[in-house]
Design a protein around this ligand. Structure first.
Ligand code: AMP
Ligand code: MN
Ligand code: MN
Ligand code: MN
Length: 321
């Protein structure tokens, strides 16, 4: 698959092959990606461009899961209709668990209702307040006019008025010569446990999962292997998540080690969670693109598209195209 082929009028329509009901082959990657970002948060492509790229790469189904925002969903839905691809509304919520930042992917077949809409408004305000706090801390590190510089970086990456994200501050640090590259900026200044990791503003995991459930959504633990947790701690996180109403976890997030994925599959099986898959794509030009991810390990954990509130969504879309 190429991500640079031009859109051609003679391109063949997207094929709605049935999605696998089991991950029973160790090699096949399904043509679905349920975790991607656009300029509605810290991604580099507008929703329309992202959907077009996903279609060009042969995906038949996708979700747009911007951080704490569904502002890109309407545009993405229109683009999806034009491209003949099925788009499940979603977002990725920043939450707190035992004073760590955790991400929850919300898959919302009916879109956001009153509960999640109010929650997203709260997240927007939390992010605004947080960005000023991060800016103050970055100024202490020597980044003058930190807020304005981060805003400038957000604009350069294609986003006008969304609240700022840590990557905007990371780029500002690189630009000012305070960090060598993004990785370094996160490692020394913005990542977990560093000065710029301001998490006091996020809601408790339980509260945010409640918004998702109240509006008929499916809460999915994002990239469970990316938190620095032992297997036992990860089990505790997932158990608390389930107690709060969480129903799935990302078995595949971008490219990952197959042995760790197999172990995660066993853990999801033990806990009775659904398995989701996503690239967590943000920017073109990097190692990831829409749909790029490791193949899921062979497991009897059911894919999240078999969930009784998601299966009818994709079935209805497939029937109408
Ligand atoms: P925020 O949503 O503002 O808390 O920022 C978190 C985002 O920063 C993540 O979703 C990633 O896109 C990005 N990020 C986190 N860690 C790193 C890292 N080490 N290098 C580059 N980007 C990162
Ligand atoms: Mn991000
Ligand atoms: Mn995330
Ligand atoms: Mn993400």
């Amino acid at each position: 698959m190429s991500d640079s082929s031009p859109i051609s009028a003679s391109r063949k329509p997207i094929e709605f092959r049935p999605l696998p009901e089991r991950f029973d082959s160790d090699i096949e990657v399904p043509d679905i990606d349920l975790h991607m970002h656009s300029t509605a948060s810290d991604g580099g492509m507008a929703p329309t461009e992202l959907v077009a790229l996903a279609a060009r790469r042969g995906l038949s189904r996708m979700s747009l899961t911007d951080h704490d925002s569904m502002e890109g969903i309407f545009e993405a839905q229109q683009a999806a209709r034009a491209e003949g691809i099925s788009l499940l509304p979603g977002c990725e919520l920043s939450v707190r668990w035992r004073n760590q930042t955790i991400h929850i992917v919300a898959l919302m077949p009916e879109g956001a209702g009153d509960a999640l809409s109010a929650g997203l408004k709260q997240q927007h305000e939390a992010r605004e307040r947080r960005s000023h706090e991060i800016a103050a801390r970055m100024e202490k590190l020597g980044l003058e006019n930190a807020f304005e510089r981060a805003r400038e970086q957000a604009t350069l990456s294609g986003s006008g008025d969304r609240p700022l994200s840590r990557p905007d501050f990371a780029r500002a640090l690189v630009e000012a010569g305070i960090a060598r590259n993004l990785q370094d900026a996160f490692k020394r200044h913005l990542g977990a446990g560093q000065k710029g990791d301001v998490k006091a503003h996020w809601p408790e995991m339980e509260e945010a999962v409640g918004w998702v459930r109240a509006d008929g959504g499916i809460a999915v633990m994002a990239h469970p292997m990316r938190y620095k947790l032992t297997r036992t701690k990860r089990g505790e996180l997932l158990r608390d998540f389930i107690a709060a109403g969480g129903e799935g976890a990302e078995l595949v997030s971008g490219f990952q080690n197959i042995d760790r994925a197999r172990d995660l599959a066993r853990q999801l099986d033990e806990l009775g969670l659904y398995a989701s898959v996503g690239s967590d794509f943000h920017f073109p030009g990097g190692p990831l693109a829409p749909g790029s991810m490791s193949p899921p390990p062979r497991t009897k954990v059911p894919p999240v598209w078999c969930h009784p509130r998601i299966a009818p969504f994709f079935a209805a879309d497939a029937a109408s195209m």
